[in-house]
Design a binder for this molecule. Structure first.
Ligand SMILES: *Cc1c(COP(=O)(O)O)cnc(C)c1O
Length: 464
């Protein structure tokens, strides 16, 4: 029985479990000590001491029996491996793009692309650059500019496509700077930096039109292309009957190239690719690839990784899987809202973002409300999340003190095919307990923090 619209209220995990891993149970007293030794920085906690790990959805998913079989079949030949041709075919078939370059993860694709582009002092425009994308654009000497849709930062207001680009603002900017100074346009699907919100097909088409008008290449940062395509099916007029695979192909038809972190929607633990039609640019990219990653038919991956990616790119378009995936995030979001916990609304594809600024108004930004909440979720429930706020993005004054960031969020990311509904029910229960006892959550202060990427290594303590 093949259904595209599920007729029952209960949406189930569309898999059964063959291999299991134990969870890391600890007592509250233990976690109190663990937090102290970790200096209230959750990156310092051993994964064994985490019960539900929602730190990231990147590389943390479960592979299928089919993918594990592919791992065994992987061809480890240095050049021309069979697994590479399976990988190449899967990506060509999906994207329609000609030149396919394997890389070990998304940021390697970014580094190679922007080095090859050599767009020093030119602009790269986007709906929103993901942070490693921005860092690689800037490391190449180019300038990264974001044009999120108006209203994208109003967390309480829902909307179907809050990941969209502001096309008018983009065109105004292109005219102002001159098209010769715009090196590339990158549309991130879904929009990771703004809560995993999708981009509509209509918006992609409008961006493409502008790019064509001014001769600017448009690339997709397509880490979560399948989640984006499924949102289009659910929310955009004219697509409710279209198979997600066709929607995904239509998205890729609009672009001149794509880069992907396979650790997301290719359902694997490592890998990525760079794809394009521009042959000349691809030759430059392959030269850099050989210099820094590996030969052009493996690009820093093992043959078995290429095989698993080829299979994952097909599996991810399974609509029962996507229905479960998107429903899981929604279910978590609804549960939090019901218990009075404000979130970025609507929930994104790959997780839910709690608005800690609104949830904990008694903690001022200089005392890191997001980090305080993340620590409280760990202390009470062994749940690991990540702060996206002043600790991660706060600028520093001349004495190194943190200045408040524009938002204080805590991301609960959902690893793919890893947790079941009762795990999510548990997370909601812990969060609801915190909502009832939020006055007991206290702010934190810095003991020491390096100036670069401080959130990974900062040491904190409860504020005095
Ligand atoms: C994860 C991610 C990247 C970077 O990929 P890595 O595999 O972590 O290097 C780039 N863009 C987006 C949108 C991502 O989500």
């Amino acid at each position: 029985m093949k259904k595209t619209s599920w007729q029952w209220k209960t949406i189930i995990e569309p898999f059964k479990i063959k291999t299991v891993e134990p969870l890391g149970f600890t007592s509250r007293e233990e976690r109190e000590r663990i937090l102290e030794t970790a200096h209230y920085n959750l990156f310092n906690i051993k994964a064994d001491k985490v019960l539900i790990d929602m730190l990231t959805d990147s590389g943390t998913g479960a592979m299928s029996a089919e993918q594990w079989a592919g791992i065994m079949k992987g061809d480890e030949s240095y050049a021309g491996a069979r697994s590479f041709y399976n990988f190449e075919m899967a990506i060509k078939n999906l994207t329609g793009l000609e030149e396919i370059i394997p890389v070990h993860q998304g940021r390697a694709a970014e580094k190679i692309l922007f080095t090859a582009l050599a767009a020093k002092e030119k602009y790269v425009i986007s709906n929103s650059h993901f942070d490693t994308t921005r860092a690689n654009v800037e490391a190449s000497g180019a300038i990264a500019m974001d044009f999120p849709a108006p209203g994208a930062l109003d967390f309480d207001k829902t909307g179907p496509f809050k990941g969209n680009a502001d096309v008018e603002a983009m065109e105004k900017f292109i005219k102002e700077k001159g098209e010769k100074n715009i090196a590339m346009c990158i549309i991130t699907v879904t929009n990771n930096s703004l809560g995993g919100q999708p981009v509509s097909m209509e918006n992609l088409k409008s961006v493409k039109k502008i790019c064509d008008k001014y001769g600017i290449p448009m690339f997709l940062d397509c880490a979560r292309f399948a989640e984006n395509a499924y949102f289009i099916k659910l929310r955009e007029r004219g697509y409710s009957e279209t198979p997600v695979e066709e929607i995904a192909k239509e998205m890729f038809e609009l672009c001149d190239g794509a880069m992907m972190s396979s650790k997301k929607d290719a359902l694997v633990n490592i890998g990525g690719f760079l794809a394009m039609n521009d042959r000349e640019l691809s030759l430059k990219c392959r030269q850099i690839l050989i210099l820094t990653e590996g030969f052009s038919t493996y690009g820093g991956l093992a043959g078995r990784d290429l095989e698993a990616i080829a299979i994952g790119l097909k599996e991810v378009l399974n609509e029962e899987y996507l229905q479960y995936r998107i429903r899981s995030s929604q279910y978590l979001g609804e549960g939090l809202l019901k218990n009075g916990i404000p979130i970025v609304n609507p929930p994104g594809g790959h997780g839910v973002y709690i608005n800690a600024k609104k949830f904990l108004p008694h903690i001022k930004p200089q005392q890191f409300p997001g980090q305080a909440l993340a620590c409280a979720l760990y202390l009470e429930g062994g749940i690991r999340t990540v702060e996206i706020g002043t600790l991660m993005f706060g600028k520093r004054d001349s004495k190194g003190n943190f200045l408040p960031a524009s938002m204080e969020l805590v991301r609960m990311a959902m690893p793919r095919r890893v947790y079941t509904q009762s795990h999510i029910d548990y997370v909601i229960e812990v969060a609801a307990y915190l909502a009832k006892n939020k006055k007991s959550i206290k702010g934190l202060e810095i003991v020491e923090a390096p100036l670069v990427l401080s959130h990974f290594t900062a040491k904190l303590k409860p504020a005095s």
